[in-house]
Write a protein that binds this ligand. Structure first.
Ligand SMILES: *[C@@H]1O[C@H](CO)[C@@H](O)[C@H](O)[C@H]1NC(C)=O
Ligand SMILES: *[C@@H]1O[C@H](CO)[C@@H](O)[C@H](O)[C@H]1NC(C)=O
Length: 434
């Protein structure tokens, strides 16, 4: 009894001394958290939080899609281990910023993006201040997919990867690499910052991968330096006038090799779009001989497959897609919209946010998945429909997408806690046990 009373008194003292805001917040939507994990709402009321990174002082930087720029959140911890908000304030008040956010390895430069351009700001993590903006990449203005994901690999800290999606569902111009769309490009940060002119996206940098419809999530396996992306594939697809859209095409996990290697064999490969897609539900595909889960296939109505493949029969087009285009390493259910991928420090798992569908019935996605990795590659094979183990999801997906948790950005901190955003509900969570 006496010991309990003393501990309680000590606990109260510590929390009032160190934690400036530890109000327990209730999740917007009731959540199902898998055994071994805990999920806590750290902050709510944000305007569509999207990408999230941690600075060198352990503070959160987050982009807010609905016109609120970049926010900086200083964290503290209560004595019972809850993550608390010490302060939360707008850092960059630019309403055009809609997703992309990256921080240099030394923590002194922040990169942000809007639909058209990427800008850099000098940053002081302790003071929470930014210097003058410098626009470093431009020429990305196009409709359809408007986010421009930014990522700096820890194994290649002078490289800024910039992912730009297609203009619309099927963008025929992406058959030409010079379109500068549906690709991930690599730019040298030192050159961007030193240059007196702004680099054009389509003509500058190097193509890491193309034929990627809209690869919003980009991440690195820190144990190998391997770069991975998650691709949002096409809507409303038909083949020979048969509607196969509800379970096709698959969303994809693509591998891009090790960017720091001059001889990266994956550099510059084409991953298929807009001529080739991957199967999730092979039985719904007409003339499906040779097509299994994860196989690339083509012949989708309204796509330029004949021009790209120079073949006419579906069998021959599918053969081209399997052999002449780089296939995915894993596939996920159609339309589940993977938006980020981040790895555990030891390379044993990747976590992927599935923002959730609009183009299938019933809706699907709206959850966070774990993918087991070993020796730099997923443990599962491309035909595996259970490669992702879901660890955080809505209790009731029949309420989706309206009254749902919709995860977007992911960031591990130095303690291995996984921070994540949910744009629709305006929340930042911390997931432990990852
Ligand atoms: C504590 O956090 C909650 C949730 O974000 C916020 O509504 C409240 O204003 C904060 N209180 C203080 C004193 O910062
Ligand atoms: C793209 O190309 C295909 C095949 O030529 C054509 O059917 C389709 O109409 C084109 N799409 C657009 C938007 O021009």
């Amino acid at each position: 009894m006496a010991a309990f009373a003393i501990l309680s008194a000590l606990g109260l003292f510590l929390s009032s001394a160190h934690a400036q805001n530890c109000t327990a917040l209730t999740p917007f939507a009731p959540l199902k958290v898998s055994d071994g994990y805990t999920a806590q709402v750290v902050l709510n009321g944000l305007k569509g939080p999207r990408d999230i990174v941690l600075d060198t002082a352990g503070n959160i930087l987050v982009s807010e899609q609905r016109g609120a720029g970049i926010r900086r959140v200083v964290l503290t911890e209560s004595d019972d281990g809850n993550v608390c908000v010490a302060s939360s304030a707008q850092l960059i008040p630019d309403s055009s910023l809609n997703h992309g956010l990256a921080i240099s390895q030394d923590g002194k430069t922040i990169f942000v993006s809007n639909m058209a351009s990427v800008s850099a700001y000098p940053y002081d993590a302790e003071a929470g201040t930014v210097g003058a903006k410098k626009t470093v990449i431009e020429g990305m203005r196009s409709g359809g997919h408007v986010t421009r994901t930014l990522f700096i690999p820890s194994s290649a800290p002078d490289i800024l990867l910039v992912s730009r999606g297609s203009d619309g569902n099927i963008d025929n111009s992406t058959t030409n690499v010079a379109s500068g769309k549906s690709m991930i490009k690599a730019f040298k940060i030192s050159e961007l910052l030193a240059s007196e002119t702004t680099t054009d996206y389509a003509t500058g940098g190097e193509v890491l991968g193309w034929g990627l419809r809209n690869s919003v999530g980009v991440g690195e396996d820190p144990s190998t330096g391997g770069i991975w992306s998650v691709e949002n594939s096409a809507d409303d697809i038909h083949r020979s006038d048969v509607d196969l859209h509800n379970d096709n095409p698959a969303e994809e996990l693509n591998y891009h090799g090790i960017v720091k290697d001059a001889e990266n064999p994956r550099k510059g490969l084409n991953y298929g779009y807009p001529a080739c897609f991957s199967a999730w539900g092979p039985s719904d595909i007409p003339s499906n001989s040779g097509i299994t889960v994860g196989s690339q296939f083509g012949g989708i109505d309204g796509t330029p497959f004949e021009q790209v493949t120079a073949r006419t029969s579906l069998q021959d087009v599918d053969e081209f897609c399997r052999t002449e285009r780089q296939g995915p390493r894993l596939v996920f259910p159609a339309h589940t919209a993977p938006l980020d991928i981040k790895f555990k420090e030891d390379g044993s798992a990747a976590y992927v946010t599935f923002h959730g569908s609009w183009n299938r019935n019933p809706p699907d996605g709206y959850r966070v998945g774990k993918i087991a990795f070993a020796n730099g590659q997923p443990v599962a094979s491309v035909t595996d429909t259970a490669a992702a183990e879901y660890v955080l999801q809505n209790e009731d997906t029949t309420k989706c997408p309206g009254a749902c948790f919709r995860p977007v950005g992911l960031a591990f901190d130095k303690k291995g806690r996984l921070f994540l955003t949910s744009d629709q509900s305006g929340e930042i969570f911390v997931l432990t046990g990852a």
